[in-house]
Structures are given as C-alpha cells and as structure tokens.
Write a protein that binds this ligand. Structure first.
Ligand SMILES: [Fe+2]
Length: 119
C-alpha cells in the first residue's frame, strides 16, 4: 500500500463532512492575486471538538506539464475555537490545478482538486 492509497476522495463514505471543497475562479490573469477558499464540511458540518476535529488543511498548486506540486498554504485550525475553512490570496503564472488535502484526527486524509486557467 502506498501513501496515495490512504488518501480518500469523492468516492468515499463520509465525504460530505471531510472533503476539502475548493472555491476559486476558473480563469485568472497570470501573476495577479485571486482568492482561494477551502471549506471542510461545506454540506454537512464536521464536528469541531477536542476529541474529533479537522486538524489541517493544506493547499498545493501543480502547473500543467510539471511533475511536482508546490505548497501554497498550510492551515492548522485550533479545535473548538477555529472553523475548518481558510481563505488565502494566491497568484500563479501558468495554468494548472489546485489540490487541497484535509486531515481529520479520526477519519484521515481527504483530497480534492480544481483547475485554474490563465487568460
Ligand atoms: Fe472526521
């Protein structure tokens, strides 16, 4: 089993609470700032207690044709005090895909992605 086998996505049970839903423009201008919001528990609120919470949201960007992704942001909400959502300002030079990974302290890692096109 490789690391990718333990990351869950849209097909898995519990996705309503755990998938990181990415909100970002479909098209942006190269090098100009835009907002990216990632929400975990968009449709069904995820518990936010010390015992069961989202412990991290990480956002990566992978340019089309590139083999590697780079990290854009790493967010660690504090359970019971901070909601499991984050908004960042980002800028990219080339089309590619945003990837978000959320981590639940009980239910593991979850991923989603969204394409960004440069005008
Ligand atoms: Fe969970």
């Amino acid at each position: 089993m490789s690391f990718k086998d333990i990351i869950k996505s849209l097909e898995n049970e519990g996705k309503e609470k755990h998938l990181p839903v990415i909100k970002a423009p479909d098209n942006v201008k190269g090098g100009e700032w835009f907002e990216v919001t990632v929400v975990v528990g968009k449709d069904v609120t995820h518990p936010n207690t010390l015992e069961h919470h989202i412990e991290g949201i990480t956002i990566y960007y992978k340019e089309d044709g590139d083999k590697l992704a780079y990290k854009m942001a790493d967010f660690s909400p504090i359970p019971a005090h901070t909601d499991s959502r984050v908004t960042i300002r980002a800028r990219v030079e080339n089309s590619g895909k945003l990837h978000a990974i959320s981590s639940c302290n009980i239910h593991g890692l979850w991923e989603s992605e969204k394409g960004i096109e440069i005008d």
